[in-house]
Write a protein that binds this ligand. Structure first.
Ligand SMILES: Nc1ncnc2c1ncn2[C@@H]1O[C@H](COP(=O)(O)OP(=O)(O)O)[C@@H](O)[C@H]1O
Ligand SMILES: [Mg+2]
Length: 250
């Protein structure tokens, strides 16, 4: 399988504090690679650093995307090259309608200078179909992005964006948090669909409920900014059963 993303000995400082302390990880196309770990272990920091969020300072190591270092690229350039992050807590953007936001990102990706009117009208049909698929009502399009959205609506909207924008690498930071069991099942179905399309999926989660519906190919466990264990789905199930003490003791 072809390697999509390679994280090499990554050391990252945030707010003057070293949070990631030498993380190694490889993500292939067509693969679901789960990153697990207790609260505060550095999972979201890893996601933000891969995406290029400001304030996440790489003090050592590198991030290769399709074999090329991206660590000096701004976040928007990484997105244009095919990286996507579904946020743990999707930000609200008052004053910007969901539809306006979607049109801007679609056009930007197509290289259209005008970010306000949909360049490709076929995309509207696609948006409607995807709303249906992720289980969102069309009325969300006229609402301000994430303003007053329920936890579940925010997560579904992130999945819609992952499907619509057709990125190569999809990082999902706790995509199941705040969802009821039907919501979790739906998210799992979409993740499987993305895998079948050959996407490289980095699936961050602190507990293994999601794995009852979608099996990861690989599991990396972070504890205190370091890789504490690696394995297959059996590692996720062991953690679900016994807690993180199993890797802390290794
Ligand atoms: N902006 C920041 N300034 C200082 N410390 C931070 C900042 N953001 C996160 N941290 C710390 O980094 C650690 C890892 O956080 P995070 O990556 O969010 O963990 P996880 O997603 O695994 O729960 C935590 O101890 C957290 O308090
Ligand atoms: Mg987190």
């Amino acid at each position: 399988m072809q390697t999509a993303l390679k994280v090499q000995n990554l050391k990252v400082r945030v707010g003057g504090k070293e949070i990631l302390k030498g993380v190694n990880l490889e993500l292939n196309y067509g693969e679901i690679h789960a990153v697990m770990g207790p609260n505060g272990s550095g999972k979201s920091t890893l996601a933000y650093t891969i995406m290029g969020r400001e304030g996440y300072e790489i003090v050592e190591g590198d991030i290769l995307f399709d074999g090329v270092s991206i660590k000096n690229l701004p976040a928007d350039e990484r997105a244009l090259r095919g990286l996507f992050l579904g946020f743990q807590e999707p930000p609200s953007i008052p004053g910007v309608r969901f539809s306006t936001f979607l049109i801007a990102v679609i056009n930007k990706r197509m290289g259209a200078p005008d970010l306000t009117t949909l360049k490709d009208p076929k995309k509207l049909r696609e948006i409607y179909n995807l709303l249906n698929e992720v289980g969102l009502n069309r009325s969300v399009l006229s609402r301000e992005l994430n303003v007053g959205f329920s936890g579940g609506e925010k997560k579904r909207s992130e999945m819609l964006q992952a499907l619509l924008l057709d990125p190569k690498v999809i990082i999902l930071d706790e995509p199941d948090s705040g969802l009821d069991v039907d919501g979790v099942r739906k998210i799992a179905e979409i993740i499987k669909e993305l895998k079948a399309k050959g996407k490289a999926i980095l699936l961050i989660t602190h507990y293994a409920r999601l794995f009852n519906f979608v099996e990861p190919d690989k599991v990396t466990v972070l504890v205190d900014g370091k890789v504490a264990a690696t394995g297959g789905p059996e590692l996720a199930h062991m953690i679900e059963e016994k807690g993180y003490q199993v890797v802390r003791q290794q």
